[in-house]
Design a protein around this ligand. Structure first.
Ligand code: ADP
Ligand code: ZN
Length: 436
């Protein structure tokens, strides 16, 4: 049932005791890094201050800017020779940040990923094809070592070369895949081009998808397309990478591994905790990392805790899927919009295909928003009236959601530009605003 029952079904009260103890240890370690060493001195912080988990609120936050301004070694608690690996974030929102690990950290990370995969249903009898970048990106090695630790046969397929991916699946009888959700549509298109049907011509039975925001409707589409269950995987390189929070067989939110990550949800403006169950910014403190612990790290990801116990028996709380990041919100005609609000509406239309782009432009001094949408093949007909009618309906429903009426451009399936890694949903080509 569980990978590590002594941790996974530990009652919350006992988890809190474990967390407080690990938090103390983490603080003692963190004090050895130049960044925290100086910060602790300045604010009079010490491990003795921590009596229980709530005392975490006495510590300052750590931000991405802190990581960048102390690049590369400012957060290391050990001499450089004590670290054995580094990873960088993909730099979606600016310069990359670097995280160092020692052998303890790598082993602990592999355990977390093994636990996560087991929780989603992977077993040592599975053949696991890891379709993602193997370089600095954490998804490659993170899943590789985690799935190996679990005992699965792992194919380090890396990203790209879709036909070869399919050949690997057929040659080795792949049963499980990890990749980003947007790639699965490309994979499906390749199956079709090759005259194959993944439901009949492969042994696939489990997908692990993550690394980029996607709606539940998007997930259901993927599941229906392949006839394979898809489990949401959440992580970020600052917290190792994959293996932070994962869906179990019930697919009702992501269990966040509270023995390894002390998890808070705060109001990004007031920095106070939000009332239980309300949405806010995720904040993590590592509880089992030696070379580079991070305290109260502001992820910029938005989510909420889900109420109630999970029928799987795991006691680690569940997070709702990420609804966006504070920094992917854009403002158009005075309205705040998150890309996932747009995806949510688009997924209601059966005619809508797999890809879309939100283009922001300045036309005659005014900001304009255009949503370019790939249609399903069967809907891309010459019937202009039907297409115009569809555009109007989409524009109308989007207006209800985002309070601005976007222009709609319906395009052929496969015609929008595809990014190499994570899907890029927003193209902001607006003129820079003059300073007020
Ligand atoms: P970058 O911040 O440069 O993209 P990472 O590669 O570490 O760096 O990506 C981590 C981010 O990816 C998370 O903070 C989150 O915004 C996003 N992410 C990861 N997994 C998911 C998921 N399952 N759902 C939504 N967003 C996700
Ligand atoms: Zn569960």
């Amino acid at each position: 049932m569980y990978w590590k029952p002594e941790i996974e079904i530990l009652p919350q009260q006992q988890l809190h005791i474990l967390q407080a103890q690990r938090l103390q240890e983490t603080l003692s370690r963190a004090a050895n890094s130049p960044f925290y060493g100086q910060q602790f001195k300045q604010h009079g912080i010490s491990a003795e201050m921590i009596k229980n988990v709530d005392d975490i609120r006495r510590l300052p936050f750590t931000t991405k800017e802190d990581l960048r301004s102390h690049f590369p070694y400012g957060f290391l608690t050990v001499p450089k020779q004590g670290a054995v690996r580094l990873h960088c974030s993909s730099g979606t929102t600016g310069n990359p940040t670097v995280i160092f690990h020692d052998n303890h950290d790598l082993s602990s990370w592999a355990d977390l990923v093994a636990r996560s995969l087991y929780c989603a249903g992977l077993r040592d009898t599975d053949v696991f094809q890891n379709i993602c970048g193997y370089g600095l990106f954490t998804g490659g090695l993170g899943f590789q070592y985690g799935a190996e630790r679990l005992g699965a046969l792992v194919i380090p397929a890396a990203a790209g070369n879709t036909r070869r991916q399919i050949k690997l699946m057929q040659d080795f009888g792949t049963t499980a895949i990890h990749t980003i959700p947007s790639y699965l549509y490309r994979l499906y298109a390749a199956f079709q081009d090759m005259g194959l049907d993944p439901q009949h011509d492969t042994n696939l039975k489990l997908f692990v998808i993550g690394a980029e925001p996607h709606t539940d409707a998007q997930r259901r589409r993927i599941e229906n397309l392949f006839g394979v269950k898809a489990f949401n995987s959440y992580g970020l390189s600052e917290m190792n990478g994959p293996g932070v929070a994962f869906e179990c067989e019930y697919q009702n939110g992501l269990h966040v591994w509270e023995d390894a990550f002390l998890t808070e949800i705060i109001d990004p403006d007031t920095l106070e905790p939000v009332p239980d169950g309300e949405e806010g910014e995720l904040v993590f403190t590592t509880l089992d990392r030696h070379a580079m612990p991070l305290l109260r790290y502001r992820t910029r990801d938005l989510t909420r805790f889900l109420p109630g116990d999970c029928p799987c028996g795991r006691t680690h709380r569940r997070l709702a899927r990420i609804s966006g990041r504070t920094d992917d919100m854009f403002i158009i005609k005075g309205c705040n919009v998150f890309p996932m609000q747009i995806e949510k509406v688009l997924m209601r239309f059966a005619e809508v295909g797999t890809d879309y782009i939100i283009a922001l432009d300045t036309v005659d001094g005014n900001d304009e928003i255009t949503v370019k949408i790939e249609l399903q093949k069967s809907w891309f007909t010459g019937d202009l009236e039907a297409l115009e009618n569809l555009s109007r309906r989409i524009a109308h429903e989007l207006r209800d959601e985002i309070l601005v009426t976007p222009a709609i451009k319906l395009v052929e399936p496969g015609s929008l530009p595809k990014s190499e890694g994570k899907a890029i949903r927003v193209q902001d080509s607006r003129d820079p605003k003059e300073a007020l």
